[in-house]
Design a protein around this ligand. Sequence first.
Ligand code: SAH
Length: 385
Amino acid sequence: MPTVTITARGIERLNSGHLWIYRSDVLPPGGIEPGVVRVIDKKHHFWGQALYSDQSQITLRLLTRDDRPFDAAFLAERIRTAAAFRQQVAKGAQAYRLVASEGDLLPSLIIDRYGDCFVIQTLSQGMERFKSTVVEILQKEYAPRAILERNDVAVRALEGLPEQSGVLAGEEIGEVVVEENGVKMCFDLLHGQKTGGFLDQRENRAAAASYAHGCALDCFTYTGGFALALAPHCDTVVGVDSSADALGQAERSKGLNGFTNVEWKETNCFDLLKAADLEKQRFDTVVLDPPAFARQKTNLESALRGYKELNLRALKILNPGGYLVTCSCSFHVTEADLLEVIANAALDAHRTVTVVERRTQSRDHPILLTVPETHYLKCLILRVL
Ligand code: SAH
C-alpha cells in the first residue's frame, strides 16, 4: 500500500480528532494513485489509513487508525455498524441517511435510503474508487429495487471528478413514495435537491408538528416537508417556495394524503413575509428553513442579516402563543450566532420570546465530536408570549 508522510501540523490535526489533513500538512507524495494509503510521520511512525486525493486541498481523509487493510470487508463492516445505529435512531423510518460520511467514519461517502431504493454520493477521489464495492455491499445486504448515484454536486470538481447522476444498479425509477411520521411524501431521487429530499429535518418536522396549531406558514417548503407534517395539526397551512417543480411534487404528496387544508404559493419568501406583515396577516405557527446563506465564512455578515430579516418578519406575524420553528443549515453560523440574531429580531419586533427547544440535524446524521463540520444544522423552536 502506498505511503504518505504528514508533517507535525498534520499530526496535530489527527491528535485533535479531526479526520482531514490538508495539502500543506503533507510532504509531497509524488506519483501516488488516489485510493487508500498508509499515513506515517517523518520518523516512520504509523498513524493510520486514509483516502488520498491528488487534487483536493483535503489531501487525506482518515479512515482508521488500525493497521488492518481497509478493504471491501472493512467497508462492509463500517456500513453494517452504521445500519445498526439507524435501527435505534431511525427505527420505523422508511427514508433515512444510512451512512453520513465523517459521522460514520466513512468520510466522503453518503448513502441515503428511500424505502427499497438507495442513493449514494462518493465525494472524493478515494471514495470514488469504492463506488462499485458500495453498490455490491448494498445489493448483498438489502437486494434493493434501485441504487442511484447523485454525484452531480459541485464539490466533486475540487477532486477533479465529473458531475454525474444515474442508476448504478436495478431499475429506472420515477418518483418514490415513502412515509415519514405517518405522512406520505413523494421524492424525485434523480432530479430533486440533495439525494431527493432533506432527510436531516425528519425529527425536526415531527417536533414542529407537536407544537403546531391554528394557521401555519411553512417558508422554504421545497416538496412540502414541514407543511405536510403540520397539516394534521393545523386549521390551514400555506407552503411557500420559489421552485415550481418542488411545489408540483408537494401537491402530489398532498393528494396522496388527502389533505384539504394545505395550499402552495410559488413566490419569494422574503417578499411574501414582508407583504404578510404589511397586510397584518397573522399566523400561529411559522417555519423558516432557508437554504444555507453562509456557504463560506466570508458570507457570514450578509448571512446573519438575511436570518435577521426573515426571523424579524416571522416574529411580527405570529399571534401570542404562536410558535416559530427557525433553521439554519450554514455550518459557519453557530447556534449562538442564530440565538443572538433572533434575540435582536425579537427586540425589534417588540415580541417576548421563549426558547422551547434547541435542536440539530436528525440523529441519522451523526455529529462527530471532534469534526465541527459535521454539526451544520440548527433548528430552534421558539414561543411568542
Ligand atoms: N423545508 C424543506 C427544505 C427546504 S430547502 C424540507 O423540509 O424538505 C430550501 C428551499 O428554499 C428550496 O426548495 C429552494 O427552492 C427554496 N428557496 C430558496 N430561496 C428562496 C426564496 N428566496 N424564496 C422562496 N424559496 C426559496
